[in-house]
Write a protein that binds this ligand. Structure first.
Ligand SMILES: Nc1ncnc2c1ncn2[C@@H]1O[C@H](COP(=O)(O)OP(=O)(O)OP(=O)(O)O)[C@@H](O)[C@H]1O
Ligand SMILES: [Mg+2]
Length: 625
């Protein structure tokens, strides 16, 4: 997917894209074939009307044959009724196919999105991806329902009228077609402009969505910084752009079809004028003339329909290009259908992790040579509890993401149980790692649903036991509906500390062999901190644990503390050893516990940047793991 994928695509028709699009019709070929048949029959019906009129005039009216006239009228009515039925059938058939293709497309997109590497989502804003799955798919629906099959109908109608006209009277046909060059000129003139205006609309719509998305997600920031007024004006600008683009399109629309109709009317008046004379002088029957007038009128309808379809086609090309772009982004392995989720991780034989983790000279950069981790070596023995500390931006979360397999290191190896990460089935591995992210994400649904997110087979009793052990039960019990309470807006109504306790319970419920915990940065009150501390201790019990800690108070009794600084492991040892070393850890500790006037306990972690620490440690002694 390109970075500027909301820029409209250039080509109006792309054979390759079209083939691929039509591929989506394949599962529904029976319905499509039926719809095409219906459309063709309907086209024939369209031809019948004028012909019946001709018969009525020439044979009925001229010969004063009332019975004949009655029969023709009944026939005419039947044709209209059948035509009505066919129209209904065709719409039903094609809307059905269209809706099902939309469903297929959206499922395909969703499946693909789930398999995309985490790095992909660093680069692609949510708003744009949403547009792919929603409105771009909608545009394709129009192609399938109103485009593909109906085009056959239009072409067939045109062909039929051509044949009918040529059989009735070639001279009148020539008169009628004398306006065709005019049609060509009108269509070509408008086509370019309409196309440009459609592209404008798409671009403006994408901007509108992106702006709206950002403003809604960041509403609290907007309000805190008093940006309402300015962002309102910003929205006004974008909204106006969108309106104007639409108005331009409306302008062409409003002009184009009436102009086409005008040309059609011109053709009809030519027929009346010329054909009328022929009736008087050369003995063309009146019925012929009447039929011709009707054919001429009907001839222009499919032409204007076709121009409409051309627009649909253009939009569909642009949308499908974006959709296929997304679908073609290389993804991870196929996700098996509902396979392992139903089986509790812990009960599966032969898959139990030992819980040994090794980082060997790992180098990693998100982009280019911007090393975020430099030559990191680190090992965690089974059952060992290791804490990771360091200034903000020193690479702690990155290290955890690497261990989860979200990104691959450029150099060095990461091993779990002695096996390089690359050789692991990541899904099997992740099942046994309890991961608590720095930003706890809760899904809409109940609290219980969130707790058993990783393993839907967990029973209520198991959930409650896990929740009790990490003190999440108290949080949950306070909610009105307890475990059945609805989580709203990603848990925004819960405090950060509460969300973290819930995440602890979620991790514990699956009884992972390896715990990877990225503590939330912001401060919590003293009571919650004590709860978190105890919960953490319980969580680490009996399993290998890597805890990224921002509050040094939480980790004083772990087996080993690893201090990271600017992407390197700089110190390593127990709390006491590191204090004695009087290095980075000592300084961090001082900052949290001692340097604060009047503060016996830390209010929260100091948000140090690397430079502040650097100034303290020009010549820090370095001990590697
Ligand atoms: N997805 C990303 N793409 C590009 N750069 C990133 C990405 N995530 C983090 N970084 C950069 O990598 C560096 C390390 O970030 P990381 O999140 O690992 O720090 P951290 O030690 O977890 O900090 P904190 O204590 O604030 O959580 C930072 O300079 C950050 O800007
Ligand atoms: Mg972090």
């Amino acid at each position: 997917m390109s970075e500027h994928d909301d820029e409209p695509a250039g080509k109006a028709y792309d054979h390759r894209l079209m083939r691929r699009l039509l591929g989506y019709l394949r599962p529904y070929r029976t319905e499509v074939a039926a719809a095409v048949a219906v459309v063709l029959v309907d086209a024939v019906m369209q031809l019948a009307g004028p012909w019946l009129t001709m018969q009525a005039v020439d044979n009925g009216i001229r010969h004063h044959d009332l019975g004949y006239l009655d029969r023709v009228a009944v026939l005419y009515l039947s044709v209209l009724l059948v035509s009505f039925g066919l129209g209904y059938l065709q719409t039903q058939l094609m809307q059905n196919v269209g809706q099902r293709i939309m469903m297929d497309l959206r499922m395909g997109l969703f499946r693909h999105l789930q398999r995309l590497p985490v790095a992909f989502f660093d680069r692609h804003p949510v708003g744009r991806l949403l547009t792919r799955v929603t409105s771009d798919v909608d545009v394709l629906n129009e192609l399938f329902t109103a485009g593909v099959v109906a085009i056959f109908g239009d072409l067939f109608t045109l062909l039929g009228i051509l044949i009918a006209m040529s059989r009735i009277n070639l001279e009148l046909m020539a008169v009628s077609f004398s306006v065709l060059p005019l049609i060509a000129v009108v269509t070509l003139t408008f086509r370019v402009r309409v196309r440009r205006s459609f592209r404008d609309i798409r671009t403006q719509l994408a901007r509108l969505n992106a702006y709206l998305n950002e403003n809604l997600s960041g509403m609290s920031t907007v309000q805190i910084l008093n940006r309402e007024r300015r962002n309102f004006e910003g929205f006004r600008g974008i909204n106006a752009g969108h309106r104007d683009a639409n108005l331009r399109a409306v302008h062409y629309h409003a002009l184009f079809f009436p102009v086409l109709e005008l040309v059609g009317a011109l053709a009809v008046s030519l027929i009346v004028w010329y054909g009328g004379r022929q009736v008087m002088w050369t003995g063309i029957t009146l019925g012929t003339l009447v039929a011709f007038i009707q054919y001429t009128q009907r001839f222009f309808r499919p032409i204007s329909d076709l121009s409409e379809k051309y627009n649909i086609l253009q939009q569909a090309m642009a949308s499908s290009e974006r959709i296929f772009d997304l679908l073609d982004t290389p993804a991870g392995p196929e996700i098996p259908a509902l396979e392992p989720m139903a089986v509790p991780a812990a009960t599966r034989p032969g898959e139990r992790l030992e819980g040994r983790v090794e980082f060997e000279h790992v180098w990693f950069a998100y982009a280019g040579e911007d090393w975020v981790l430099r030559d990191v070596s680190l090992s965690v023995a089974p059952g060992e509890r290791v804490a990771l500390v360091g200034a903000t931006g020193s690479g702690k979360t990155t290290l955890a993401s690497l261990l989860m397999g979200f990104y691959a290191p450029q150099r060095g190896t990461i091993r779990v149980d002695g096996r390089p990460l690359a050789e692991w089935d990541l899904r099997a591995l992740r099942r046994q790692i309890g991961f608590v992210l720095q930003d706890v994400f809760l899904f809409s649904g109940t609290i219980a649903g969130n707790l058993r997110f990783g393993d839907p087979s967990l029973g209520d009793a198991e959930l409650e036991r896990a929740a009790r052990e990490v003190h999440a039960h108290e949080v949950i019990a306070r909610l009105q509906d307890g475990y059945r309470a609805q989580v709203r807006e990603r848990g925004a109504t819960l405090s950060l500390g509460e969300r973290q306790l819930l995440a602890f319970a979620r991790a514990l419920a699956c009884d992972p062999r390896l715990l990877l915990l990225d503590e939330a940065t912001s401060s919590v009150d003293t009571h919650t901190e004590v709860l978190l501390q105890e919960a953490l201790r319980r969580l680490m019990e009996g399993r290998s644990s890597i805890v990224i800690a921002h509050r040094l108070s939480t980790i004083q009794d772990v087996d080993r503390i690893v201090v990271m600084h600017r992407g390197r492991v700089r110190e390593c040892g127990t709390h006491a050893e590191l204090l004695a070393l009087r290095g980075i850890y000592y300084r961090l500790y001082q900052l949290q516990f001692v340097d604060r006037p009047g503060a016996a306990r830390p209010e929260g972690p100091p948000q140090l940047d690397g430079a502040t620490l650097d100034s303290h440690f020009v010549d820090t002694p370095v001990r590697l793991a």
